[in-house]
Design a protein around this ligand. Sequence first.
Ligand SMILES: [Zn+2]
Length: 394
Amino acid sequence: MTKRAIRVARMFDGERLVDGGVLVLLDGGRIVDVQRGRAEAPEGWPVREEPNGTVLPGLVDAHVHLCADAGPDALGRLAERPETDLDAVVEASLRAHLAAGVTTVRDLGDRRGAVLRWRAREVRDLPTVVASGAPVTTVGGHCWSMGGEVSGVDGIREAVRLKAAAGADLVKVMASGGVFTPGTDTTRPQFTDQELTAALTQSHDLGLPVTVHAHALNAVEQALRVGVDGIEHCTCVTATGAHVPDEVADRLAASGVAVCATLGTDPAVVTPPEVVAMAARAGLSAATLRDGAATLHRAGVRLVAGSDAGLGPAKPHGILPETLVEYVACGIPATAALAAATSVGAEVCGLGRRKGRVRPGFEADLLVVDGDPTSDISALRRPLAVYRAGNPVR
Ligand SMILES: [Zn+2]
């Protein structure tokens, strides 16, 4: 029996709220019907009743690191970790995402293609994984411990070809330094325009989009000049700190580039002072991150939701609900935050025709939460049920 029905008070369909009762019918891993009002399920369809529930598409976390176990210095320790350990870490990470209602993740940095190799095993009943493999970075550059160091235009082209051959869905380039790699600089680009252009044209020739990690304002400017498909963090750091200029936000909006602001931390975890200090040295604080996201939203930038899950104790896997709580706290309407984590996220992951909406024909990846997340985003902290390909997750 794969036929199932879910009756809830309301639905967020990936774009907007539908109130007044909703019945969703699932069969064969797909949504086969969505009925409004007090519709009855056809005979023989078991119905799950959630009278105060809201059904929404399974969430899309557009920025995770499945190989990172969310312990202290999780990225730094990747270099020493035996590669044979990584499959178990990847699976534990995915289970944590699924429990929180995240049914699709985009992995933007593994260790030497470990997530791509794990995915080839086709383990079922875990979230769908879109993955880049190890990020392209400079020698000794940001996240070099993931194994993606390259040098020069030829080295970049070769690295992109190898990623495509290994089955990557997109290419991630570290376009500036980052917080957690000592010796890198969050105020400067890592590559020349010519090198970043080579990464982009080689990727596009192979049908792969490119998203870049960019903290530095001049790396964001470079990304716009070169014409990348996505920008991660986008904090616009200069020597005086992080600030997204309105004029840059307007250009980001006009370009249509997808921006992932990577907010979201576990409110129960106190960030250790050395991590706060590390971020401060990089020009970043919780307040500047929120201000930046608010500016991007106001300008009409195409925002997706990604948590950077796995980085450390405050960023465990499955933290995406907190990313959305923070989006709303910085002034983004709840419906826009939810769209970023559903329909828009699915489109940016190349899955917009089959995921990210509660609509007949779409895959039955669903989340039911207690209450109405469009009026109280913290309802996302109260999942009642998660469905992956039409099957309830235990
Ligand atoms: Zn990251």
